[in-house]
Write a protein that binds this ligand. Structure first.
Ligand code: ADP
Length: 301
């Protein structure tokens, strides 16, 4: 069983020839809703890879809440630990896309930010059945640290995706088995630009020194660099035609968690992650672009 404690969001996306100026209304040509949230995306990614996957988080008592839960269930994610709060809205992002793909985004984390003791208890109840706990930074960091410590004390792999960018307190690192930043997140963590295997190796070394078990730096179309303190290496990306890179990192993490849970070494798990990430960029959307296991295996072979 793979657990994901994190964000569950609905992205509301408009497309127009140009973005409005202050006070202006522009008539757009298309509107779509995409279920997202890094936590939910990663839970879906693990389920699509054939693992038992459970989501822990919170949605609002609004029209999006039940839709988000139904969508998770429809791909086989267990949702009994997804709570509903009437305090605030479901997590949403309002995204306006203009000519040439330029965009403006306002995210309101809402219900995600109310996660607390109930979610801690839900993780505690599920941990005895779990092989991995996936965390991101879309729910309270103090809650994430508490569940990471609990999981680590029970020998369950904690996989931390440190996005969206926000401070990661030093005490967090010791409970993290694998930290998986992308280039932007790695730069925010170490304070210098990450652009290639060389800079990624430096960043990975810095993160290992903070106490994480292993570091995996996701390098977009270049692939991913990994280091576990003993060995390290670069896994090149699989060549694909990129259509939409949203949630590539989430596809990567879901596949990485499943590979590790099946007993594969880190290098193999990073290859699975790269294959899943590559397939996800060939499709539009977030949860909808998470690849099926057979496709990932076909690309690996
Ligand atoms: P994020 O989505 O978190 O920004 P990345 O963009 O680094 O993360 O993507 C995660 C992984 O997906 C990469 O490590 C890579 O293996 C794969 N990937 C991303 N973009 C591409 C691409 N254009 N072609 C092939 N693989 C890609």
């Amino acid at each position: 069983l793979i657990l994901s404690l994190g964000g569950i969001n609905m992205d509301l996306v408009t497309f127009s020839d140009r973005l409005p100026a202050d006070g202006e209304t522009v008539v757009g040509d298309r509107f779509v809703t995409y279920p997202g949230g890094k936590g939910a995306n990663q839970a879906v990614a693990a389920a699509r890879m054939g693992a038992r996957s459970a989501m822990i988080g919170r949605v609002g008592d609004d029209t999006f809440g039940p839709q988000l839960v139904d969508l998770l269930q429809s791909v086989g994610v267990e949702t009994s630990a997804v709570g509903v709060t009437s305090e605030t809205n479901s997590g949403i992002a309002v995204i306006s896309v203009g000519e040439g793909g330029q965009n403006r985004i306002v995210q309101v984390l809402g219900a995600n930010e109310t996660c607390g003791d109930a979610e801690y208890d839900a993780v505690a109840a599920l941990l005895p059945h779990a092989s991995a706990l996936m965390l991101q930074l879309e729910v309270s960091v103090s809650l994430s640290i508490r569940v990471a410590e609990l999981a680590a004390s029970q020998g369950v792999n904690v996989i931390l995706d440190p996005g969206p960018v926000r401070a990661v307190p030093n005490e967090f690192h010791q409970w993290v088995s694998i930290i998986t930043p992308n280039e932007t997140e790695a730069e925010a963590l170490v304070g210098y630009a990450i652009a290639d295997a060389h800079t990624a190796a430096n960043a990975a070394g810095g993160l290992l020194a903070r106490g994480v078990g292993s570091a995996v730096i996701k390098l977009g179309a270049q692939g991913a660099y990994w280091a576990d303190g003993q060995a390290s290496g670069m896994v090149p990306a699989f060549a694909v035609e990129a259509v939409d890179t949203v949630a590539a990192g989430d596809a990567f993490n879901g596949a990485l968690a499943v590979a590790l849970s099946e007993g594969h070494p880190l290098e193999t798990a990073v290859r699975w992650g790269c294959a899943a990430g590559a397939l996800s960029v060939t499709r539009i959307g977030a949860q909808g672009s998470m690849p099926e296991r057979h496709a990932v295996m076909a690309l690996l072979n």
